[in-house]
Ligand binder design. Sequence first.
Ligand SMILES: *[C@@H]1O[C@H](CO)[C@@H](O)[C@H](O)[C@H]1NC(C)=O
Ligand SMILES: *[C@@H]1O[C@H](CO)[C@@H](O)[C@H](O)[C@H]1NC(C)=O
Ligand SMILES: *[C@@H]1O[C@H](CO)[C@@H](O)[C@H](O)[C@H]1NC(C)=O
Ligand SMILES: *[C@@H]1O[C@H](CO)[C@@H](O)[C@H](O)[C@H]1NC(C)=O
Ligand SMILES: *[C@@H]1O[C@H](CO)[C@@H](O)[C@H](O)[C@H]1NC(C)=O
Ligand SMILES: *[C@@H]1O[C@H](CO)[C@@H](O)[C@H](O)[C@H]1NC(C)=O
Ligand SMILES: *[C@@H]1O[C@H](CO)[C@@H](O)[C@H](O)[C@H]1NC(C)=O
Ligand SMILES: *[C@@H]1O[C@H](CO)[C@@H](O)[C@H](O)[C@H]1NC(C)=O
Ligand SMILES: *[C@@H]1O[C@H](CO)[C@@H](O)[C@H](O)[C@H]1NC(C)=O
Ligand SMILES: *[C@@H]1O[C@H](CO)[C@@H](O)[C@H](O)[C@H]1NC(C)=O
Ligand SMILES: *[C@@H]1O[C@H](CO)[C@@H](O)[C@H](O)[C@H]1NC(C)=O
Length: 747
Amino acid sequence: MTKAMYRLLVGIFAVPLVWANPIPAEDSEYLMPNSTGFRLQHGFETILVQPFGYDGFRVRAWPYRPPTGNEISFIYDPPLEGFENGKAHVMDFDIASNGNRTVAIRNGRIIVRTSGWGGNLGGYRLAFYRVEENGSETLLTNEYAPLKSINPRYYRWPGPGSEFSAEFSFSSTPDEQIYGTGTQQDHMVNKKGSVIDLINFNTHIPTPVFMSNKGYGFIWNMASEGRMEFGTLRNKFTADIATVVDYVIFAARPGDYDTLQQRLSALTGRAPPPPQFALGFIQSKLRYENQTEVELLARNFYYNEIPVSLIVIDYQSWAHQGDWQLDPRLWPDVESMTEKVKNLTGAEMMASLWPSVADNSENYLELIANGFLSATRSGPGTTDSWNGSYIRNIDSTNPAARQFLWRTLKRNYYEKGIRNFWIDQADGGALGEAYENNGQSSYIESIPFTLPNALYAVGTQLGAGKLYPWAHQQAIEEGFRNITETKMGTQCKQISLSRSGYIGSQRFCSMIWSGDTTSVWETLAVQVASGLSAAATGWGWWTMDAGGFQADPTVPWSANIDTPEYRELYVRWFQWATFLPFMRTHGSRACNTQNAYTCGNEPWSYGKENTPIIISYIKLRYQLQPYLQAIFDVFHKTGRSIMRPLYMDFERTDPHIAEMTRRNTNTTTQQYMFGPKLLVTPITTPNVTEWSVYLPQTATTGTKPWTYWWTNETYAGGQNVTVHTPIEHIPLFYLGRREDIISGDIF
Ligand SMILES: *[C@@H]1O[C@H](CO)[C@@H](O)[C@H](O)[C@H]1NC(C)=O
Ligand SMILES: *[C@@H]1O[C@H](CO)[C@@H](O)[C@H](O)[C@H]1NC(C)=O
Ligand SMILES: *[C@@H]1O[C@H](CO)[C@@H](O)[C@H](O)[C@H]1NC(C)=O
Ligand SMILES: *[C@@H]1O[C@H](CO)[C@@H](O)[C@H](O)[C@H]1NC(C)=O
Ligand SMILES: *[C@@H]1O[C@H](CO)[C@@H](O)[C@H](O)[C@H]1NC(C)=O
Ligand SMILES: *[C@@H]1O[C@H](CO)[C@@H](O)[C@H](O)[C@H]1NC(C)=O
Ligand SMILES: *[C@@H]1O[C@H](CO)[C@@H](O)[C@H](O)[C@H]1NC(C)=O
Ligand SMILES: *[C@@H]1O[C@H](CO)[C@@H](O)[C@H](O)[C@H]1NC(C)=O
Ligand SMILES: *[C@@H]1O[C@H](CO)[C@@H](O)[C@H](O)[C@H]1NC(C)=O
Ligand SMILES: *[C@@H]1O[C@H](CO)[C@@H](O)[C@H](O)[C@H]1NC(C)=O
Ligand SMILES: *[C@@H]1O[C@H](CO)[C@@H](O)[C@H](O)[C@H]1NC(C)=O
């Protein structure tokens, strides 16, 4: 039967979901390169498989009721690349089967083929293969179904309604390596063996997107809380509440992670180019308390001739939570402040906003009257408490609530010159803290749930909570795009900073930071793998609090700027921040002169001997602007990662990289490429004057491709070298010529 005939046949059924069986029964295997998709009917369960983007398939599955079409999705349909005529796929298919024969379709490099239980012909189990250059097929993964085990697509009905929970299992092998999964604080770049709850907390942004060393990528396109498990033989994804299960798999040559990132970002979003100022130095602390203090800060940057591009105002700058306005008693003339800051330093400003609304906020009545606040199943309820007030969170999953938020921010900040926004505590459910009841009780150390029954316009926290932080990024993006009359994906004029995010967060003018870390060496070290996992998840715009956010109460010197121990940690952490997508310092600092945690966190706060070192890194950051522009530009165009775990560039040229990555050795969890030329190895222990760095074997053999930044000494790849690292030097190597790095001529 010809393709035209299929189209005709399918066309006869106006609603594509209607059963159709156009395949001749005698064809037990039928490889359709140009199929629009197939639908399997499996008892009460339906499975729809469509070619999607380049070299990928989207799979949706549901028991009984077909999806409504209004399900939350983080996948573009059509994707940004790899579609014909820009037509959405919607629910198209041109092959239907009741499982009594094999169905196979091909999309570029990938094939999906069904198979049956016990070697039967036909079947309902999906298997995905890459087509190699020589035409042979390599199994990437298939639905995990050992003899008589539970179905790899498993459903349960835990509640009174038609919503279900779903557990989907895919085969793995002991040697598979898993990269991405959002961020955890676990020192792992390879997530094989991990069990990761899909529940957000401060510093944890679990996100079901991964790349496999077998040459495929996977997106579990679900807004539900749940779990990801990467076992020896099985990868399992659980959604606690769903109305459809939706995932995408796409293939590339093994080791070609740039292509996987290109495919991933074509499906989930490309980052726009950031505004120039965002690439400079971002000054922040907990907290500049009033206008006088901020103006003084700007004067100090001016007099000390230290460049700064963004100055940030932290929380409790408002009179009541949910005012989304600076407290006029502390900030009497915001316009004049932002103008002074600009005049003195050229810097833009950013202010914190929390999702929480207290009953005494001026916005409370309007918000509650319009249904813009999250509720609980037992009524309007409250969802958390902070600073003596019970609070409800704004429901940013509701478009009208997003508009309200933006209108308020525009009036109170944007029009007064504060044009960048910091989305804090909007992790979802409550205020995103796992380990304390928001400071109100020293007895409740850990909240055992993130209020799974918090209610939003789109559903419960359990069923849709992974959308919540993302919807905040969306709220600010919609505002930016509205006020600047620009389209999403184009040049950003402002940015937001968010503690959380989700699949495709890179599409917004929004950076993600690693959350409220502690100011100790171990935490510094663990941020590296967190950033590298963020990169593999597709989030290029990553940063962290240089110096750590807060004191570790068990470490007396932690976050105390008057101690030599903390000063050393700060300088090491700060110098690393130079080589991140965004260079930002922040945190709560103690000192010997005040009984407070709001002491200085400025470049001159860490002792006379350290100030010049800190300033030298800020200046280096500005010297690297062309390099930064170039790597952000390529990230914008193709999704090519900015922070690059070593496997991305060297797995195919260095035989040791795969094995070291598998074991999560320090080399692979604490070293990375920043763009194509710079190899960065932050110092993660105190009191060292030398550091061992592994220089990967590059494609060019027999030469000395690596140059040490501080001495110009050159080295061959494929070896460990020990370099001299006094406090003023971070171990930094580069490939190619320094002039090209400085001029940004690097691709
Ligand atoms: C598959 O089922 C259809 C109808 O249900 C039947 O006509 C056909 O012969 C079957 N094919 C095989 C290979 O069993
Ligand atoms: C599939 O589509 C491509 C491009 O439209 C075409 O070149 C190719 O011949 C088609 N293959 C088949 C088997 O129809
Ligand atoms: C085809 O290519 C694959 C992947 O490179 C390789 O594993 C396989 O041995 C090759 N097969 C033949 C017949 O050359
Ligand atoms: C502003 O904050 C600083 C630092 O906390 C404090 O010393 C000063 O008194 C405050 N000034 C005003 C006008 O509130
Ligand atoms: C609550 O916030 C207000 C206003 O920001 C602040 O002055 C006060 O100290 C805070 N109270 C507590 C208990 O943290
Ligand atoms: C900022 O600079 C401009 C031009 O130099 C000047 O007109 C204006 O008064 C300055 N604003 C403030 C608040 O200092
Ligand atoms: C901006 O939003 C307002 C409503 O808040 C709407 O009326 C207006 O059309 C929007 N403008 C643009 C350019 O989208
Ligand atoms: C790995 O790095 C950590 C610090 O980040 C250090 O404490 C540990 O000793 C290192 N392990 C090895 C085997 O070098
Ligand atoms: C730092 O190292 C030196 C020499 O390696 C040693 O003498 C000194 O005690 C160390 N200081 C601390 C604080 O560990
Ligand atoms: C290294 O080379 C650069 C020019 O590429 C030069 O500016 C710098 O002084 C050299 N450093 C040393 C230590 O020789
Ligand atoms: C480099 O050092 C690491 C950690 O000590 C070690 O495991 C590895 O074998 C070394 N590699 C080479 C090529 O010497």
